[in-house]
Design a protein around this ligand. Structure first.
Ligand code: NAP
Ligand code: SF4
Length: 672
């Protein structure tokens, strides 16, 4: 049978070595390295190698203390470090995989007082102004890159990736945005590009010819005074001449105000930029960003956009991505939904990286779904994310699972999330759950309200009945001009032109997004999306940075909350700014510190300000005031003497999200 993914699965001959396919696992910080649990690091990468990926790039390793992303960031500084990394490379090689170590010098993004850069210009995302390096300081940085590469080779790595994009150290020399120098490292582009070229040249000299050097090149800076595309091509050619084996695409500095990997970014939304480089160099070129399934990867490659694809987060979601695609089981690949909730949000809050759809990511040695020695009959009530994950893991372990759902379909609250523009990836997540359940031994009873009697006789009963909207008790809330988010998202109730949203949590933001959109979601219309966020062609505008031109909002919306803090403050660490910017672009007014005095036919009367009660004239009020656990069944079971496990929103509704629900379900099922 011919493969559905001939381009993705084709080997890539690098001359001195061959990659088994065109898939690179991109660099992701896990946090495991800093904790020193190297068996766990090795197990994490080994599972990905066993899953068929051709080449893995590790999380960024600091070349020196001043270049570490944060104080104490891991690097190859000592012989013990080399021995630790040996565990990783041996484990990957045992599965015929290849692995390169990323050398990441953060420059002025290093979160510490010793940070250094081309010029002493503080970044907007760090409180620490960098020290401008002198000639000797620059030479030291180059030497440290070289030393890191040599040590990586000693540790058994197949190569290194030199991080030259995303606004990190080398990128800071390339762009006038930061580089204000007047010596031989500043001024003309030839001068500014000397540093990355020198680093690659010296690394190549030190490691010899048969060692992979990937250079991550910033194709689209997305900051003021970014590189023109002629400059990018000039750099790419010089980097090739300096000895790089592969060029990997970097898109956007971390301080850029354009989302580059969030779920609302169109799939493969930046592959067109990589394509512009194709033909200008003779070494392979990799594209990246928002490629999360084999069909998209194949389309990108067959369309001549790149020689290889890089995916990072999709390998957290499913270690077996390549093996499943190769076996014609693409639909069983757990999809990365681009949410950042368990990966980047964790990284930036100092927690271990994991994955919303795969709680085993980075927990491979700790969370096992091994077959049970004592199969049980298990009833799971509720087919939202918590119930579905419990059912799947329990079934995988050999238990006999019956899944009750009162609705006519699986998915629970995920079915509402997927209605929101920019959250289309939730369709894929529901589809994956449906596929996995259909392929399992789970007995599914849809349209079935589970009763105490029906649940008698099961060895274990798991209640995942979810949540119900909180009643805010506002006088007048039973009027016809008041809707709940369920009326809007699920039942498609008509919404007026002027809207007040009560509650500015995750759902309030989603509703504001939903009612201000009209027509095709920009996530599904890349040209519209680029207009909205101001992404231009770097051949026409330096750095690809344009003035954003968002569409006119479909409705006039005011988003309300009682807390006197900035609305949206508690949204995801790496995505909250995107939600806030998106709503600001749609002219959504955000008001904190209000009280809700009454809802009338004219609108909602707000208190809390100096001027006394004020009418906010609106046609529709949408209640998004949080949620309460739905525990009636759990309480009835307990009263009847049945022992139950209560999980997900039915357990705790506050701050409920799919990450907690899925994690709780998986861990419970692993323990049954
Ligand atoms: P939430 O995030 O807890 O927000 C509830 C909102 O309602 C808050 O703004 C709260 O603000 C307000 N509120 C609470 N009690 C109220 C009352 N008695 N009267 C009036 N207002 C009240 O809950 P949610 O929006 O329902 O979202 C549920 C969870 O789903 C979220 O926590 C989130 O994790 C997840 N989710 C996440 C996303 C995302 O984008 N990551 C999107 C959707 C859902 P005040 O108390 O200050 O008024
Ligand atoms: Fe993807 Fe979300 Fe998992 Fe991160 S947590 S890997 S973004 S699904």
């Amino acid at each position: 049978m011919s493969s559905p993914y001939p381009h993705m699965l084709a080997p890539l001959d690098l001359g001195f070595t061959t990659l088994r396919n065109r898939v690179l696992m991109g660099s992701m910080h896990t946090g495991l390295e800093e904790r020193g649990d190297w068996d766990r690091v090795a197990a994490y990468y080994a599972e990905r190698a066993a899953g068929g990926v051709a080449l893995i790039v590790t999380g960024g390793m600091a070349p020196n203390k001043e270049g570490g992303v944060f104080p104490g960031a891991a690097g190859l500084f000592t012989d013990q470090d080399i021995a630790n990394h040996r565990k990783v490379t041996d484990a990957v090689h045992a599965h015929d995989g290849k692995i390169a170590m990323q050398i990441l010098h953060a420059g002025r993004y290093a979160y510490g007082p010793d940070c250094v850069s081309s010029s002493a210009i503080k970044s907007p995302i760090s409180p620490f102004p960098p020290r401008e390096l002198d000639e000797e300081g620059i030479e030291k940085q180059i030497r440290d890159f070289v030393t890191a590469a040599v040590r990586a080779r000693e540790a058994g790595y197949d190569g290194v990736e030199v991080m030259g994009s995303e606004g990190y150290f080398l990128n800071q020399f390339l762009c006038l945005h930061v580089n204000k120098r007047t010596d031989r490292w500043g001024g003309s582009y030839e001068n500014r590009m000397q540093l990355p070229v020198e680093v690659v040249k010296r690394v190549r000299e030190a490691v010899g010819p048969d060692f992979i050097i990937i250079y991550r090149i910033s194709l689209l800076d997305l900051v003021p005074n970014g590189q023109t595309f002629d400059q990018v091509i000039q750099l790419a050619k010089a980097i090739e001449a300096a000895g790089a084996t592969i060029l990997n695409s970097g898109i956007g500095w971390h301080e850029a105000r354009v989302p580059t990997i969030a779920t609302s970014v169109p799939r493969a939304g930046f592959a067109w930029v990589t394509k512009k480089l194709m033909g200008h160099v003779s070494i392979p070129v990799i594209t990246s960003n928002r490629i999360n399934n084999p069909d998209t990867a194949e389309e990108v490659l067959s369309g001549g956009n790149a020689d290889m694809v890089s995916m990072a987060r999709p390998f957290l979601a499913d270690a077996d991505f390549v093996a499943k695609a190769a076996a014609g089981k693409g639909a069983t690949i757990a999809p990365c939904i681009g949410c950042n909730q368990a990966c980047l949000d964790h990284t930036f809050s100092g927690k271990l990286t994991s994955c919303l759809v795969n709680p085993r990511a980075c927990a491979e040695t700790e969370l096992s779904y091994a077959p049970t020695a004592a199969p049980k009959t298990i009833a799971v009530v509720g087919a939202g994310p918590a119930g579905l994950m419990t059912a799947l893991v329990a079934d995988q372990r050999g238990h006999k699972v019956t899944l009750f759902e009162k609705d006519s379909r699986l998915g629970g609250q995920l079915n509402m999330a997927r209605e929101v523009p920019g959250k289309e990836e939730f369709h894929g997540l529901v589809h994956w759950f449906e596929t996995m359940v259909a392929a399992s031994g789970i007995e599914v009873r849809l349209n079935t309200e589970a009763t105490v009697d029906a649940l008698a006789g099961f060895d274990e009963v798991i209640v995942a009945t979810g949540v119900t909207p909180r009643d805010p008790g506002i006088p007048g809330e039973d009027r016809a001009n008041v809707l709940s988010y369920i009326d809007v998202l699920r039942d498609k109730a008509p919404v007026g032109k002027r809207v007040a949203v009560v509650g500015a949590g995750g759902i309030g933001f989603d509703i504001a997004e939903y009612v201000t959109h009209q027509g095709t979601s920009p996530t599904l219309d890349p040209e519209e999306w680029r207009k909205e966020w101001g992404v231009g062609d770097p051949a026409e505008v330096p750095g690809g940075l344009l003035e954003p031109a968002p569409p006119a909002p479909a409705r006039e919306v005011t988003l309300l909350q009682r807390k006197a803090e900035k609305p949206g403050k508690r949204l995801g660490k790496t995505t909250g700014w995107i939600h806030r910017a998106s709503l600001a672009a749609r002219q959504v007014r955000m008001l904190g510190g209000v009280t809700y005095d009454a809802i009338t036919d004219e609108g909602i009367v707000l208190g809390g300000g100096d001027k006394g009660p004020q009418l906010l004239p609106v046609d529709t009020v949408i209640l998004c005031a949080g949620q309460e656990p739905l525990r009636a069944l759990a309480d009835a079971l307990i009263a009847a003497g049945q022992s139950v496990h209560v999980i997900g929103g039915a357990d705790v509704a506050a701050e409920l999200d799919a990450k907690r629900a899925i994690n709780q379900g998986a861990r419970l099922a692993a323990a049954l």
